[in-house]
Design a protein around this ligand. Structure first.
Ligand SMILES: [Zn+2]
Length: 577
């Protein structure tokens, strides 16, 4: 049984040819995930109809702690580059990194117009400016509910959904073969802080008209019930603010504007001064307050340089680095390695974010460092200090029942979550044959009569080394070809397991990036650099492998780029003997 009504005939082009005779003719639409399925991050979905394509989202993925020498992972888009003229636009659902993070790397080879909400584009613009790409990129602001024609075959519309960042949208994609709703990330918050409600009306109207396919967020398909709201988080944070005797630190995703509002309001109510650590955090505050999405209590804001002038019990510090990224402000604070911000016994840290898969280890380590210092830690597993931005099962059911698609495509999740999403729909009476579990690269061709996987295109991961927020310099793609061009450098440090001191001088091994004549001097120079850097690190930095590796890479990378303009892959190896 399929719950969906049959689509009205006028949403279909005349059936003159057999359905698959022309491949991507107007009779059918193709859906091709280029990233984001069976993995966390890197969301990118291609829609093809009548020989034209649009792409929804263009996200990046953060490397696992054990992916050395890599700052970012982006989707391989070679399948789009084969016929670049087919791509008419990239449409963005919202401004999270896993939805827009790959754009600076992909736009130079696919310079198409980018559609998104005002907030999403403001965020993207700031990002593109860092890469000198803002001026040459055509940004088209989408008003909610308004239709925009793209190419000859697509009409797109942004439908407001609630999420952890303002300006989020589900995208309705009208094609001659039918309408597709691509949710992006969403939750159904009935009491949004901003007052901008989830647009049930438009989704329900579209459902009534007929929806060929729903491509929907699966992140929390294994969590029963409904998500909590920001107001709920605020209620549970209240006692932490009123009872903390000393400095209060808080880390969260640097794009969580609503959570920031909650924190700033509480800091103000509890007579604390607000310090912001981390450029990504500052950037969000700047954009969100300028667009009216964040009310910043200006008289409460202080710079981190002024921290000593405020007594600890009146400090509230917002620090970037909720995933314990090794060079982030929060990680440095926890290790006692931050220049201005010191954390001491009796202080408290609120970790107001979920743990992204793959980051459990560094986060546990960071928490251990904090406990060792006598700091109280309120993490989101043990305390009610975080609410997810992704729908739980009951919300997912609500969405399916108002959109009533003919086909359902679970998206945005690992295999387990995609499966649970499928089971949920089957439990609602959906025919298992109308639910498609796609993998990256699958080409699903569908129309009102049938849907099936007809092809597979090349997909993959491209590793990026170089440009992270706050850094300047060129970007290096770490594929095989670039590796052979840029060469590599390995720094081996033998450390006494008992004392934590170097047992001998670091060893430097290079492959293919230095000129033979200068090599001996350069190797001596790099050896001194590594030794001096190591000896200058606080003992806690030295003891934390992830942080130590990241710090050593940073020092070497900066030195080599500045003095030699080379971009080798840098791998520190620390052996405890
Ligand atoms: Zn998101």
């Amino acid at each position: 049984m399929t719950l969906a009504p049959d689509l009205p005939e006028n949403t279909l082009a005349p059936q003159i040819h057999s359905i698959f005779a022309k491949g991507t003719g107007k009779e059918s639409v193709r859906i091709i995930p280029l990233g984001g399925l069976e993995e966390f991050g890197m969301n990118m979905m291609c829609y093809e109809c009548g020989g034209e394509r649009i792409v929804v989202d263009c996200g990046a993925m953060f490397p696992d702690a054990d992916m050395l020498g890599v700052d970012l992972v982006i989707p391989d888009v070679s399948s789009l580059l084969d016929e670049p003229e087919k791509l008419k636009a990239i449409v963005l659902t919202h401004a999270h990194e896993d939805h827009i993070g790959a754009l600076p790397y992909i736009l130079p080879s696919l310079p198409v117009p980018i559609y998104g909400s005002a907030f999403t584009l403001a965020f993207l613009k700031a990002k593109l400016e860092e890469y000198d790409l803002a001026d040459q990129t055509d940004l088209v602001e989408m008003e909610y509910r308004k239709s925009y024609s793209v190419g000859k075959n697509f009409e797109i519309r942004a439908i407001h959904v609630t999420h952890s960042i303002p300006g989020a949208a589900a995208i309705s994609i009208r094609t001659p073969a039918g309408v597709i709703i691509h949710t992006g990330d969403y939750k159904i918050d009935h009491a949004p802080l901003s007052g901008d409600h989830f647009d049930f009306t438009t989704l329900a109207q579209q459902g009534e008209e007929g929806v060929l396919a729903l491509v929907a967020d699966s992140t929390n398909s294994d969590v029963p019930g409904s998500t909590h709201t920001e107001r709920w988080v605020k209620r549970h944070l209240e006692p932490i603010f009123s009872e903390s005797p000393r400095a209060l630190f808080c880390t969260m995703f640097s794009t969580s504007v609503y959570r920031m509002q909650v924190m700033m309001d509480l800091a103000e109510q509890h007579d604390r001064y607000i310090f912001v650590a981390g450029r990504s955090m500052e950037r969000t505050i700047g954009i969100a307050s300028e667009l009216g999405y964040l009310r910043v209590p200006r008289d409460r804001m202080r710079t981190v340089r002024e921290v000593e002038s405020i007594p600890p019990h009146r400090r509230f510090i917002l620090a970037a680095g909720s995933q314990a990224e090794p060079l982030s402000s929060m990680s440095r604070i926890a290790l006692g390695a931050h220049k201005q911000l010191k954390i001491e016994a009796g202080d408290a840290v609120i970790m107001s974010a979920r743990i992204i898969p793959g980051h459990l280890r560094p986060i546990s380590r960071m928490m251990n460092h904090l406990f060792k210092r006598g700091v109280r830690v309120y993490d989101s597993t043990s305390y009610k200090v975080h609410a997810s931005g992704h729908a739980y099962r009951e919300e997912m059911k609500t969405l399916i029942s108002i959109v009533r698609p003919k086909y359902l495509l679970p998206a945005h999740g690992e295999l387990r979550q995609l499966h649970m999403h499928r089971e949920l729909a089957i439990g609602m009476g959906y025919d298992p044959d109308s639910i498609f579990m796609l993998q990256d690269g699958d080409v699903l061709e569908m129309n009102n009569k049938r849907a099936r996987i007809v092809d597979k295109v090349h997909t993959g991961h491209v590793l990026v080394d170089g440009k992270t927020v706050g850094e300047t310099g060129e970007v290096v793609l770490r594929d095989r070809q670039h590796l052979s061009e840029d060469g590599m450098l390995i720094a081996i440090l033998n450390v006494d397991a008992k004392t934590g001191e170097l047992l001998n001088d670091p060893e430097i091994v290079t492959r293919g990036f230095i000129y033979v004549d200068e090599s001996e001097d350069l190797i001596n120079e790099l050896r001194d650099l590594v030794r001096d850097a190591f000896e200058g690190f606080p003992s806690e930095t030295r003891e934390d492998q992830d942080v130590l590796n990241a710090e050593l890479r940073r020092v070497l990378k900066r030195h080599i780029r500045k003095n030699y303009e080379r971009f080798p892959l840098i791998l520190p190896v620390v052996q405890e003997l």
